[in-house]
Design a protein around this ligand. Structure first.
Ligand SMILES: [Zn+2]
Length: 384
């Protein structure tokens, strides 16, 4: 398959992408080589690698955002919502976990995320929509996981990294828990911290990377991490967290992050692509380059915007196509005719509407929505 006439955002030129066996087999200037194999033609479209969301809880994305005030730390928040929002929590938890997880996967796909790092116990989740990365040891946190030390220090671990919520607060208690973790990481396990709102630059040195989740941080704590200082001593990745603490749309998170001016446009882009691929050891992902996996997103290009501005103004409704391993997992109705002409079997896809735009997604998302609604009619989906 060839994807034609796409504006590259990393090189500011128009390219054709050739895909073979799930990989990108060539990236050429537009029209450089005529080719008779299957091609999809785009017009005024932007292309970028499938995004890598470095932090989510896939089974927690049917929750509405739960919180009743600004909190000093995650323990306060957790206790408060368990008490004040108990009924809402129970109504979501009674929805079978496999349905909740499936929606969590779709939430990511609809935004152009092709790899998500799930935090928590290992989920059995089919890998056919997007890549779900679980090859790491998830520790919840210092204060809410009883046996974190034992798990961290258990000998003969393989080389998987550890991931832990750390410094998710604005008070002294959360700042000190970071020191506690550093003191006890006696075996210097490769650790990726999540949040780091209370983290200082010195503490950041002890972490291989920090996953920045600004939307969740602002919702819970009214503040986010000092990324401008922390990036000097650790590497920065980007995560959404789940909808219990953050909005469903990663693009809104990215625009909020961009306003912080803590990362350059390129650094923020890399946090979602090359940096994430390197830190989690994902192999050849995160680039539109020959030999890389064909995890690709194509979106409408806003007229008059330069490439990075165009990238950051993207909305889920603008996404024209998402491929995972060279297979189209989502496409816009405007491509339907071309796909029909190419003789592609479209029976695996189902129609949904997102902000008034017609899209087709792999698998039966409408059925999933109906099933969830039967368990809990109060769940609000961003798609119909
Ligand atoms: Zn989390």
């Amino acid at each position: 398959m060839i994807l034609r006439n796409l504006h590259s955002i990393t090189e500011d030129k128009v390219i054709d992408i050739h895909i073979d066996g799930g990989k990108i087999s060539a990236v050429r200037d537009r029209g450089a080589i005529p080719d008779n194999s299957k091609a999809l033609n785009f017009d005024n479209a932007l292309v970028f690698p499938g995004l890598i969301n470095s932090h989510d809880h896939l089974d927690f994305n049917l929750f509405p955002q739960l919180g009743n005030r600004v909190y000093s730390n995650y323990v306060e928040w957790s206790h408060d919502i368990q008490k004040e929002n108990r009924a809402e929590i129970d109504k979501v938890l009674k929805i079978p976990k496999d349905l909740r997880v499936k929606w969590g996967v779709y939430k990511n796909l609809l935004c152009g995320v092709t790899t998500v790092v799930n935090h928590g116990t290992t989920l059995s989740v089919p890998d056919d929509l997007i890549n779900v990365f679980q090859q790491c040891y998830s520790l919840h946190s210092i204060l809410l996981e009883k046996h974190w030390k034992r798990r961290l220090l258990k000998p003969f671990r393989n080389s998987w990294p550890f991931a832990i919520h750390i410094g998710e607060g604005t008070d002294d208690k959360t700042r000190k828990e970071i020191d506690t973790f550093i003191k006890w990481n006696l075996l210097k396990r490769k650790t990726i911290g999540i949040h780091g709102v209370a983290m200082n630059a010195k503490q950041a040195e002890a972490f291989s990377a920090l996953v920045w989740c600004p939307d969740s941080n602002y919702f819970l704590l009214g503040k986010t991490a000092d990324i401008a200082a922390l990036k000097k001593n650790t590497r920065i990745l980007f995560g959404t967290d789940s909808t219990v603490s953050a909005g469903w749309n990663i693009w809104e998170h990215l625009r909020a992050a961009r306003k912080e001016k803590a990362l350059s446009d390129d650094e923020l882009f890399n946090a979602l692509t090359t940096e994430a691929a390197a830190i989690w050891g994902l192999g050849r992902k995160g680039r539109i380059e020959t030999g890389y996996e064909a995890d690709i997103v194509i979106a409408k290009r806003q007229p008059g915007k330069n490439t990075m501005d165009a990238f950051y103004t993207t909305e889920p409704a603008d996404i024209l196509a998402v491929t995972k391993g060279g297979v189209i997992k989502l496409f816009d109705a405007s491509l339907r005719e071309q796909l029909n002409v190419e003789g592609m079997d479209l029976s695996n896809y189902h129609k949904i509407m997102i902000e008034g735009c017609e899209k087709y997604v792999w698998g039966d998302l409408p059925k999933l929505i109906t099933e969830v609604t039967q368990y809990n009619p109060e769940v609000v989906f961003p798609v119909e």
